[in-house]
Design a protein around this ligand. Sequence first.
Ligand code: FAD
Length: 560
Amino acid sequence: MSPRARRRTLIVGGVAGGMSAATRLRRLDESREIVVLERGDHVSFANCGLPYHVGGVIEDRDDLVLQTPESLAARFALDVRTGHEVVSVDRDRRVVTVRDRHTGRLLEEEYDELVLATGASPLRPPIPGVELAHALRDLVDMDAIIARLDGPDQPTSAVIVGAGFIGLELAENLAHRGLSVTVVELADHVLPPLDVEMAAVVQSHLQLFGVRVLTGTAAAAFEADAVVLAGGERIPAGLVVLAAGVVPESALARAAGLELSERGGVVVDERQRTSDPHIYAVGDVAVKRDAVSGEGVLVPLAQTANRHGRLVADAILGRPVSARPALGTAVVGVFGLTVAAVGWNERRLREAGRPHRVIHTHPQHHAGYYPGAEQMALKLLVDPDTDEILGAQGVGRAGVDKRIDVIATAMRGGLRASELADLELTYAPQYGSAKDPVAMLGMVADNLAAGLTRTVQWHEVDAEVARGATVVDVRTPEEYAAGALPGAVNLPVDDLRERHGELSGRLLVYCAAGQRGHVAARLLTQLGHADVVNLDGGYRTWQPPVDLLAASGREDSTLR
Ligand code: FAD
């Protein structure tokens, strides 16, 4: 290697992780040579905004391009080369080979440190005709989708394969453009990061807005104007978009002999260093340490890529930094609903055999007496032995992101679930409640941990009835008449002191959301009923998944 006056850092990939690394490195070290090699024609663009330009919400395409090579050269003295694809890494010589995609020329570039920020590419399942399907990763993909939508034979229908975050964002945006949209999802419900009872709310919301949702369904073939499902149904589709997940773009790392995980992510240490001490990896291509299990995990999210991009610059310069385990905090908007999650869901905990306690609530996003209060559904997962918060989910029209962010912060800080009860959060009637929804979750966690209350889950009701429990609806007669659990007797909470003598044996009490049920359970217990359980989250938690199961004809589904 020829002697150089300045240290030289090469960064492969110029979007979230790569550009965060480059700019931070410059802010800390004016003397170093920093070269960003980006295969595409754009750097620092807003992938997360792409679906919203498809739908016309972000009107100006230029708003998606946050920086250019020229602006980055002017402010940060970065040597940013678009249209430059790194095709191999010679680790011994510390040299990469780069193809200039405009001229086809190959050239070599030396490095002292190499940062791989190559991201993840959309999964393309080996299905006949898959080449006919679009995907959405970058501006080129977005332009192709828009060209199809605006083309001479403007499609009126679209099929989205995959009901994850990107799939649902696309579904909404295509519906906004007036297309008839079908979403095909292999899993049993939309948004697999959520549990079924939370996803059920989103699923019926999608249907309310005219989106056809086919879960537990595989696409078997793509044709020019249709998608053929595994069951044989042929769905007309002028546009097909694959949104079935992403895979780390790690071919370069693999060819260079770097250690990869089973799922193809580049294995890094807590300073983002790969198995080669001169090579680092950040963003979607890199494996993170999972906050709940401590194991390697892929978390393809922008904020993680940005944080680790910043961190790797510090690591390269020898600052004492260390990546924190990843929580996977995520949020998505679906036709006015906000859906957010952090940590593990119940299904994953169950499959891993990890003990957990479940709490559902349905609070208002601000004081109920102040106009405009919107109800949300929250779910908290707690380790029953340690009180550790394992995960949370929220669905609602307003205030959901704030609650999940607070819980994510609590998890990051190592707060126990019961400690949420004691958080001092802002309150005025138009913003929250004196007992904030997060604090309420903490109070329920505290009651459960202390054994002051016992709960059963929505999917345990049938078993309770089978074991002889009397189901007691403690809501008003009007609420009861509007819909109740099968076989429930109605005994309003306010009448229990007088009428509790009518009850005996094991009692399963429930109300709309769990709160009056808790009051009833406490009262009945103190009145001498020894075996009382409350339906966690009440009727509002029980009903959506039961409706979903009934609609899908799956009475006793694996969904539970
Ligand atoms: P990328 O942003 O993918 O950048 C990698 C770059 O590396 C690419 O530009 C690629 O061309 C380049 N590259 C790859 N190989 C080479 C090579 N050999 N040589 C040169 N260049 C190469 N995350 C969220 O947290 N919230 C959201 O709302 C959200 N919405 C999204 C919506 C869409 C449509 C998409 C596609 C993603 C969304 N994400 C979202 C995910 C988020 O965009 C990614 O997690 C993030 O961009 C990852 O950053 P990265 O730097 O690792 O990879």
